[in-house]
Design a protein. Structure first.
Length: 297
């Protein structure tokens, strides 16, 4: 599958989609006084491209057997994931008010229970890619058409289970599996380099038998070209090393470890929305324009 026609128009639509995801995630973490806004902002463009142009999904039939599977293994980026599901029509926008609230169904880490469009609950890092590899193996052995995508954090690449899955996927030649690494260079309380260095990450994936490509994780054009063209090598799973910026889109959050855990205050939210050109919004103004989701039958 290649990017749709009228690329410049489509890319503008996807950029607007990503901007709306950032706005929703900021508002959700502010309301819930919840964490991980920096991680949400770094993958907004990846999610926008996946939901806007890559994934074969149908919000009217969330259990459609031929759908592509997406696992957001970095489950702490829950707010932006739920926002993407609302934008794509899987859940009502009103449900975003439940995020992080007692009695609500949208927990602070991605959950599948009662949330259409979520394939697997995540949050304990190192589990998403192994499950994605298992799903891909089922599809490969049964000759099924769907593909599996997993969004993995850079810090998650510290986990041994992640590397076991990387070995497993290459061994079984799972070219229907794509891992997108959100390489924003910050994990928990410090930089990736100071915590546990990953370099040379791309060469490691290649040495483990994956087709590997590095891309600017905020360049919509490049993301579309790569993700619409997977696998990059026949017979090999694909690793997309997406170089991103923690807190992307909000100047005072970009590249700051503080925003891994801290939620934006009301004043900080207003500043962030102003930067994102959101304009004044009422607290109950939930529904934003919806971008159409690509569906191939």
């Amino acid at each position: 599958m290649r990017p749709q026609a009228n690329s410049s128009v489509r890319e503008a639509e996807i950029r607007a989609f990503a901007q709306r995801l950032r706005i929703q995630a900021l508002r959700m973490t502010n309301r819930a006084r919840s964490s991980h806004i920096g991680s949400c902002l770094s993958i907004a463009d990846v999610l926008a491209v996946l939901y806007g142009d890559v994934l074969r999904k149908d919000a009217r039939r969330p259990d459609w057997s031929d759908r592509d599977r997406l696992i957001v293994s970095k489950g702490h980026a829950a707010a932006v994931t739920y926002a993407a599901l609302a934008e794509a029509g899987f859940i009502p926008f009103q449900r975003l008010l439940e995020f992080g609230k007692n009695g609500g169904t949208l927990s602070g880490h991605v959950t599948h229970l009662g949330v259409p469009g979520v394939e697997f609950s995540t949050g304990s890092l190192g589990h998403g890619l192994p499950v994605a590899a298992g799903m891909a193996l089922v599809a490969k052995r049964d000759g099924l058409p769907w593909r599996v995508f997993a969004i993995v954090s850079d810090g998650e690449c510290d986990e041994g289970s992640t590397w076991e899955a990387i070995l497993f996927a290459a061994h079984h030649r799972l070219d229907n599996l794509t891992a997108v690494v959100d390489y924003n260079n910050i994990q928990s309380l410090d930089s990736v380099e100071r915590t546990l260095g990953l370099e040379p990450l791309a060469q490691k994936f290649s040495a483990f038998g994956w087709g590997t490509v590095e891309v600017d994780g905020h360049d919509i054009h490049s993301l579309r070209e790569v993700l619409c063209g997977v696998p990059v090598e026949r017979g090999r799973p694909t690793a997309v090393i997406a170089h991103t910026l923690k807190g992307k889109g909000v100047s005072f959050m970009e590249g700051k470890v503080l925003w891994h855990y801290r939620p934006p205050s009301d004043e900080e939210l207003a500043r962030a929305l102003d930067e994102l050109s959101a304009g004044p919004m009422q607290s109950d103004d939930l529904r934003l324009p919806v971008t159409m989701v690509r569906i191939d039958r």
